[in-house]
Design a protein around this ligand. Structure first.
Ligand code: ARG
Length: 473
């Protein structure tokens, strides 16, 4: 077999399909090519790949590994490539496996040798880890802003409905009256913790792997702090093996995303329930619902149902990433290429879902009368009667028993506790007096719970204002 000439070898990268192919005597089959390629999905990292390359080139020039001319040529070439990508003119090739090789090949086509010098002191292993971190950091920032907007909408609605009363449930049985504002603020709390989790995950995401090269670092006198600073990373990854290998930051993100969707799913379940004509607490704007092809009367809450459904895939991506990582020896393994699709999908799903929910929560129409009449069923103020007796000196367990008798009597009569006269109530306990009726009303019940974390309208207003102040702008 004829040997490659030196100039053939030099031209290898520019002309041959695969960047590393001089080592190989036969090409991979089309199926293997498709199986091992990632360009179809990792091309969305292109902007970040270019950003990372520019910071790397800048550093190589600063330490004198490449010339200022080379650096300028690389910057010009990358600008042209970015343009081609943005215009949709860039020719992505499966033969070039991934986003990194596609862009590098095009750079060499455009600027020649300067392009071939870019990969000095770097590997795709630290390159891809850098790209993912840059991309994820921007996704986290988008998600944080959406969570802020969602909390703002929830608090706005909560303030409007600080006095609106609905039944609070345990076991989906009427338990005690609560204010709708309080109920909404429960979700504002959940999404607030979700934001904390994302902000925390951002800290560990925002570290620079570049410089780890393939796994062991590089013999060039690289300046990693400079690269970190130009890419806006807070820190440099301190171990090259770890830097190219672990994807724990992505796993953390998927866990945070799974919790966001879990909270969205719980809210969705309530929206669906509240919108059922049997409940009728709320109505969602038509733009979030669809009709039925056969039943003309239907208005289905498709968006919350789908959000509830999409929670499954986001939860699944977390398990997939954990499983991907668990068996890998140090350092980089091709397994890691599988980190992307699930991670991308988690980010896309929370982004779309949160965006829609911001709009949907803003458009909820509340049927306060339906909420109120539901709260009047099921003896929701029974606990208040027991607490009243306790305040009159009756031990709680005895008070509990007394109220159980009263509830039973009401059930037999088909009335509510508040419908009993003072005289009738006194039959159950002599210490009941005329002040009882304000305790047995829904308003009296919620107003009494004015401590931090309670459901009282005055408390809801304080909490809602606080959320609004934190999420304003
Ligand atoms: N496409 C690869 C990935 O996503 C890039 C790194 C490839 N490195 C390698 N040695 N094959 O992980």
């Amino acid at each position: 077999m004829a040997k490659n000439t030196t100039s053939d070898l030099h031209n290898q990268f520019a002309n041959k399909a695969q960047a590393w192919s001089a080592r190989f005597s036969e090409p991979v089959s089309d199926l293997v090519k498709r199986y091992t390629a990632s360009v179809d999905f990792d091309k969305r990292l292109a902007v970040f790949d270019i950003q990372g390359s520019l910071a790397h080139a800048d550093m190589l020039a600063a330490i004198g590994i490449i010339s200022a001319d080379d650096k300028a040529a690389i910057e010009e070439g990358m600008a042209a490539i970015l343009d081609e990508i943005n215009q949709g003119d860039f020719q992505w090739s499966l033969d070039l496996e991934d986003v990194h090789l596609n862009i590098e090949k095009r750079l060499v086509e455009l600027i020649g040798d300067a392009g071939k010098r870019l990969h000095t002191g770097r590997s795709r292993n630290d390159q891809v880890a850098t790209d993912i971190r840059l991309w994820l950091r921007s996704e986290i920032d988008i998600a944080l802003d959406l969570l802020r907007q969602l909390r703002h909408r929830l608090a706005t609605l909560a303030l409007e409905h600080a006095d609106t009363i609905l039944p609070g449930f345990t076991h989906l049985q009427v338990a005690q009256p609560v204010t709708f504002g309080h109920h909404l603020l429960a979700y504002a709390e959940m999404f607030g913790r979700d934001a904390e989790r994302l902000a925390d995950c951002r800290k560990r995401t925002n570290r620079l792997p570049l410089g780890a090269a393939a796994l062991a670092g590089t013999s060039y006198p690289i300046d990693r702090e400079r690269v970190a600073a130009s890419l806006g990373f807070d820190e440099v990854c301190r171990n090259s093996l770890d830097a190219v290998s672990d994807r724990d930051f992505a796993i953390e993100f998927c866990a945070a995303a799974a919790l966001i969707m879990t909270h969205i799913s719980r809210l969705s379940e309530e929206l669906v329930l509240w919108m059922s004509p049997r409940v009728g607490f709320i109505d969602l704007a038509d733009r979030f619902c669809t009709g039925s092809s056969i039943m003309p009367q239907k208005k289905n809450p498709d968006v919350p149902e789908l959000a509830r459904g999409k929670t499954g895939r986001v939860n699944g991506h977390l398990i997939a990433l954990l499983t991907l990582m668990k068996g890998q020896p140090l350092a980089y393994n091709k397994d890691n290429q599988e980190d992307k699709e699930g991670l991308f999908d988690s980010a896309d799903t929370i982004r779309d879902t949160l965006t829609i929910f911001v709009d949907m929560i803003g458009g909820i129409r509340v049927n306060a009368d339906a909420m109120r009449s539901a709260a009047l069923q099921g003896f929701a103020t029974a606990t208040d009667l027991a607490d009243y007796l306790v305040k009159k000196g009756v031990p709680f367990r005895d008070a509990h028993e007394t109220v159980a008798h009263a509830v039973r009597a009401c059930e037999d009569k088909g009335c509510d506790l508040a419908d009993l006269s003072v005289a009738e109530l006194q039959e159950f306990h002599p210490s009941i007096e005329a002040d009882i009726h304000q305790v047995l009303t829904l308003e009296g019940s919620v107003a009494a719970r004015r401590h931090i974390g309670g459901t009282a309208p005055e408390r809801v207003r304080i909490e809602a204002e606080q959320v609004l102040a934190k999420t304003g702008g």
